[in-house]
Design a protein around this ligand. Structure first.
Ligand code: ZN
Length: 135
């Protein structure tokens, strides 16, 4: 694990929340992206070398829609940058953690991602993300 890549925040309304976080961080949102694999609209803001990812559900079966029903708005996950997502997935599985997807999937912001179940991580959903490099 290299560093915290971003913190994901579940929101009800992306446009409203972008406005809020632009005011808090005093910086403009630099990217919005629809992520088909998760049924979410995302928006990114930079804070130094870290990022805040705002997530809005685009359908009722989106993980974000379910999260909002259960917990309301708030921090949804912490994402860690990794160099080799397959190796980290294998390592965490061997350590007894439950992966929410068995193979990496395409996430927002040009990343391959995997989620680790919050049940073994003190209630925190953890995301592994590896930058997709085009060679
Ligand atoms: Zn994320």
């Amino acid at each position: 694990m290299n560093k915290i890549e971003h913190i994901g925040i579940a929101v009800k309304n992306l446009a409203d929340s972008i406005a809020v976080y632009q005011r808090i961080l005093n910086t403009d949102c630099y990217k919005t992206e629809f992520v088909a694999t998760e049924n979410v609209n995302t928006a990114f803001l930079k804070v130094g070398e870290n990022k805040i990812e705002l997530l809005e559900a685009t359908s009722e079966d989106s993980p974000i829609a379910k999260f909002l029903v259960k917990k309301g708005e708030g921090i949804h996950h912490i994402a860690f940058a990794v160099d080799d997502i397959l190796a980290e997935m294998e390592r965490l599985k061997n350590e007894g953690f439950t992966l929410l997807n068995e193979t990496p999937k395409k996430g927002a912001d040009n990343k391959m991602i995997c989620f680790v179940h919050p049940k073994e991580a003190n209630g925190v959903l953890i995301e592994l993300c590896q930058e997709i490099k085009w060679v």
